[in-house]
Structures are given as C-alpha cells and as structure tokens.
Design a protein around this ligand. Sequence first.
Ligand SMILES: Cc1cc2nc3c(=O)[nH]c(=O)nc-3n(C[C@H](O)[C@H](O)[C@H](O)COP(=O)(O)O)c2cc1C
Length: 222
Amino acid sequence: MAEAPAGFVCIDGQSLDTDTAYRLVVGCVAPRPIAWVTTVDAQGRVNAAPFSSYNYVATSPPMLAINIAARAGDGRTKDTARNILGSREFVVNVATEHNMELMHQSAQEFAPDVSETEVLGIPLLTSRHVRPPRIAISPVQMECRLDQAIVLGCGINTLYIGEVVAFHLSQDVYDGQRVDTARMRPIARLGGPFYAGLGEIFHRPMLQRPPGGEGWEPTNTN
Ligand SMILES: Cc1cc2nc3c(=O)[nH]c(=O)nc-3n(C[C@H](O)[C@H](O)[C@H](O)COP(=O)(O)O)c2cc1C
C-alpha cells in the first residue's frame, strides 16, 4: 500500500489553530443538516438561531445533539447555550428552502435582550411540554429536554444532548408512518457561506433490516 499518494496533502490535526480547524471541518463534514433552535431566557424572551453542527445521536429515547461554540472574537457564551443551560429546554425546528431566509437572518449577533423572533417576525406556536415555542414555518418541530451538556476539548465547544419529548409533524410531509424528506425540502450547510438543497436522490435496497424495517425487502438477501 502506498503511504503518500501523489496529489494528497496531509495536515496534522493536533497543531491547528481554531480558525484553521474550523475551516477544515466545515469543509470536510458537509452537507450538514441545520437545527433552527428556539429557546427562552429567564425573562421569557424567545431566541432563535441556526446550528449545523447537529445530528440525531440516539433512538431509545430519541436524542439530538448540537454543538455550540463560544462566540468567535470575545469568547462569550451564545444566547442559545445560556438559555439551554438555564431552562434545560429547547426546540429544534428543521430548516427548509421555505424558511431559509429568516433562518439565515436569525444567525445575526443580536444583543442578548433582543428577541430574533420579534425583530424578524418569525411566527411561533406554543409547545406542548417545554416553554420555548415552535417555529410555525418549519414542517418539523422537535421539543427537547436537555439530557447532558458535555464540554469538549479546550472548552470552546459544548455538545448539548437533548431528548425529544414531542415531534410536531406537518401533514404536508408526514403520512402517519414516515416523513417524506423530498417534500420537506430540507436545506444543508456547506463550508463557507453556502447552502444546498437535496439534489438527486438515490435508491439502493437495504442490506440489513433497519429498526422498524422501513425499506427492508428480505428477498434481497440470500
Ligand atoms: C447555517 C448556520 C449554521 C450555524 N451553525 C452553528 C453551529 O453549529 N454552532 C455554533 O456555535 N454556531 C453556529 N452558527 C452561528 C450561530 O447561529 C450564531 O453564532 C448565532 O448568532 C447564535 O445566536 P444566539 O447567540 O442567539 O444563540 C451557524 C450559523 C448559520 C447561519
């Protein structure tokens, strides 16, 4: 096996400064789904901001994880992180082509006492189990309770793991069994100031029975 194939650059991950490491990981780990997160502060003000260092991490019970960094520049805690630690509650709303402009605008650095949802006119719905409201223009809204907050590395990043205590699913994308991703039209974050839609969707038969058996055709294996 060749050790150093021509045309590849090898970068030592351990000696990277934060900016370089960020540029590399957001370029390499792409596309990323976007959690448009709503939280409330101690005064009940609603905060909304997008986070793409995000995924599901467990199914029993369902759990989502979001990595929130300290603010670049002054290292202050972001409002979303402060609110999650204070209330132990948040809502993940799926970012879609339909809500992209407002989602993007909500990433501006507003003062902590300014509500993005008020300033930008983001329509809200009351949640069932948690205080943070849901974003009405998202077809999927997941109410979460904080399970763990794990400080990572040198402390710039914290991973917030939340249990989904309620899924709210628009009938435009949910047929009672499954969410139709193509109809949901989620957007993804790429490296730099770029987003992407779904693009072409490929089908391959499942090779192992997944939980719930969706797409599983046992005759495909022998
Ligand atoms: C699409 C998108 C994805 C983002 N993903 C993250 C992320 O994963 N982690 C993070 O700390 N900041 C992320 N940001 C930046 C935050 O949204 C931004 O710092 C925002 O001002 C935080 O708001 P807050 O202080 O109200 O919580 C992202 C921004 C955009 C536009």
